[in-house]
Write a protein that binds this ligand. Structure first.
Ligand SMILES: CN(C)C(=N)NCCC[C@H](N)C(=O)O
Length: 249
């Protein structure tokens, strides 16, 4: 609540939409890579089409492996977009006044160009290891939760109803965000590191010094908001996924 009130006071309603344009563009690419890799790896592992998998649930190990593979591949696409989002969101200066001082990053493209100029091409992948560590197991868990919930709540041989898909997707989102939040904190710190001076030697150093300075609680920062956001976002994501598979498959 304190964060909401302060963001509104300092930056008005627009403060809540900071860094939104890039994720909006990137989410289509990132999700199609994730769901495409997941479906194809599962197809390769089980030799069953999506429709066949409805009658016979593949093993949770296969679902987990396919989700983890999606997480690894997704990182290469997500890392630069996510970095730019985090940098823009953490820029807390009030809106630019004509003639006033310019913020460090003037928008997503300017942000990408500045990082490239100041930190080199590798700079665009800052925090990518932490992102991969965050997303690999959590995307395995994400798909296991989704498939498991659908399987438990759908009569044998039938397709899950829209309501089941929505709830399963929502729970998958929450489960994955609960598991991902500790590494999400670390990832964001790594992405912000090096802006003025380098504070962390690497992921492990960031984990240790964050823990030393702020205790165990630091790893649960943002847990409530991540979970509250995770339910509707992933409910809609899975509903779209199922809908597209049915209409095109
Ligand atoms: C790091 N975590 C929790 C995940 N990658 N979870 C899967 C859901 C991702 C989805 N695009 C979202 O933004 O909620």
């Amino acid at each position: 609540m304190d964060c909401i009130v302060k963001t509104y006071r300092h930056e008005s309603l627009l403060g809540f939409f900071k860094g939104m344009s890039f994720p909006l563009v990137s989410i289509a690419v990132v999700n199609s890579v994730l769901f495409g890799v997941y479906s194809n790896v599962l197809l390769a592992l089980t030799a069953m089409s999506h429709q066949e998998r409805r009658t016979q649930l593949p093993s949770y190990t296969h679902v987990f492996i396919a989700g983890c593979t999606g997480g690894v591949i997704q990182t290469f696409f997500l890392a630069p977009f996510d970095l730019i989002k985090v940098r823009l969101q953490n820029q807390t200066e009030p809106r630019v006044q004509p003639g006033g001082p310019q913020p460090r990053y003037r928008g997503p493209v300017h942000c990408a160009a500045t990082i490239f100029r100041e930190e080199g091409p590798r700079g665009l992948f800052r925090g990518a290891w932490a992102l991969m560590l965050r997303d690999t197991p959590t995307l395995g868990l994400y798909f296991v939760t989704y498939e498991g919930f659908c399987h438990q709540n759908t009569p044998h041989g039938q397709n899950p109803s829209s309501a089941t898909v929505l709830v399963a997707g929502g729970f998958a989102g929450i489960a994955s965000w609960v598991a991902a939040t500790p590494l999400d904190v670390i990832k964001s710190r790594m992405q912000m590191d090096g802006l003025r001076r380098r504070e962390y030697q690497g992921v492990l150093d960031c984990v240790v010094s964050s823990f030393r300075q702020e205790g165990l609680r630091v790893f649960f920062r943002g847990l409530t908001i991540n979970s509250a956001r995770g339910f509707p976002v992933n409910a809609v994501t899975f509903l779209s996924y199922e809908y597209l598979l049915h209409s095109w498959g």
